[in-house]
Ligand binder design. Structure first.
Ligand code: NAP
Length: 247
C-alpha cells in the first residue's frame, strides 16, 4: 500500500523534521505552510533530491476553505492520504486578564478547529466505511495541556487540552473504520515558536527545571510521531505520548 502523509505546518520546526523523517521511511509527503513559502519549498526540494516525493501547498489552517482546497490538491498530486499529522499551531505569551475574544477566536480556530477540519477531510479519504484503506492521525498537542502554563499562555494550554480530548474521543469514534488516532505532547523543543511567541530565551530560562535539564529537538518529536503512525504502534489508539524530557 502507498504511504501518503499530510503534515500541516511542515515548513519549519517539528513539522519539517517530521516531513524529512517520513520521506526517509518511504512516505510520499504533502506539507502545508502559511507564510514561509521558501522554507516549505526547501523541505520539498531536500526530499525530492533524495528520490523521495514531496509537495507543498499554502494553507491557513484557521480557514476551512483553505483546508478543503489543500486536501484536493494533495489528492491530485500525491494520491489518497493514509496519514495525517495535525501539527500547525501558534501561541503568544500573555496573561488571561489581558486577553480578548478576537484573539481567542483566532487562536482556537488555528490550534483546535483547524485540526478538527483536517481530521474530517482525512477521515473521508481513509475510512474503510467510505471505500478507504484506513490510516493514522497524530495530533501535536503539548505538555502545556497538563501544566496549564500559568503566566505564560493559559489560552494556548487550553487549546491543547481540547486537542487531548479530541484525540481520545475521535480515536474511539473511528477505530471501526480502520483509523488510529493518537497525540504527542512535546515539552520544550528547540524551534522558532518561543521567539515568535515572545521569549527567544525561554528554553534557556526553563531547561534546568526539567529532569533531563535540556530542551528537546524536533527530530525527537518526529520519531515519536512516526512511531505512532507505524505498524509498530498497531495496538495503540487514543494515546497521549509525552515527549517532554521527563516533566
Ligand atoms: P514553529 O517552528 O513555529 O512552526 C509552526 C508551523 O505551523 C509553521 O510551519 C507555520 O507555517 C505553521 N502555522 C502556524 N500558524 C499557522 C496557520 N494559521 N495556518 C497554517 N500553518 C500555520 O512551531 P513548532 O514548535 O514546530 O510547533 C509545531 C507544533 O508543536 C505546534 O502545534 C505547537 O503548538 C506544538 N508544540 C511545540 C512545542 C515547542 O516547544 N516547540 C512544545 C509543545 C507543542 P509558516 O512558517 O509557513 O507560517
Amino acid at each position: 500500500m502507498e504511504k501518503n502523509i499530510i503534515i500541516t505546518g511542515g515548513s519549519r520546526g517539528i513539522g519539517a523534521a517530521t516531513a524529512l523523517l517520513a520521506a526517509e521511511q518511504g512516505y510520499n509527503v504533502g506539507i502545508t505552510y502559511r507564510e514561509q513559502e521558501a522554507a516549505a519549498h526547501a523541505i520539498v526540494t531536500q526530499i525530492n533530491q533524495k528520490d523521495g516525493k514531496a509537495v507543498a501547498v499554502q494553507m491557513d489552517v484557521s480557514k476551512e476553505a483553505d483546508i478543503v482546497h489543500a486536501f484536493t490538491q494533495f489528492d491530485k498530486q500525491l494520491g489518497r492520504v493514509t496519514a495525517l499529522v495535525n501539527n500547525a499551531g501558534t501561541l503568544k505569551q500573555g496573561r488571561v486578564v489581558d486577553t480578548s475574544a478576537a484573539y481567542l477566536e483566532q487562536l482556537f480556530a488555528t490550534n483546535v478547529i483547524g485540526s478538527f477540519i483536517c481530521a474530517r477531510e482525512a477521515i473521508k479519504r481513509m475510512s474503510t466505511a467510505r471505500g478507504g484503506q484506513g490510516g493514522g492521525i497524530v495530533n501535536v498537542s503539548s505538555i502545556a495541556a497538563r501544566l496549564g502554563s500559568a503566566n505564560e499562555y493559559v489560552d494556548y494550554a487550553a487549546t491543547k487540552g481540547a486537542i487531548d480530548t479530541f484525540t481520545i474521543g475521535l480515536a474511539k469514534e473511528v477505530i471501526d473504520e480502520g483509523i488510529r488516532v493518537n497525540a504527542v505532547r512535546p515539552g520544550l523543543i528547540h524551534t522558532d515558536i518561543h521567539t515568535s511567541g515572545g521569549e527567544p530565551g525561554r528554553i534557556e530560562r526553563l531547561k534546568n527545571s526539567l529532569p533531563m535539564k535540556r530542551g528537546g529537538y524536533p527530530e525527537e518529536v518526529a520519531r515519536a510521531i512516526l512511531w505512532l503512525l507505524s505498524d509498530d504502534a498497531s495496538y495503540s489508539t487514543g494515546v497521549l505520548l509525552d515527549v517532554s524530557g521527563g516533566r
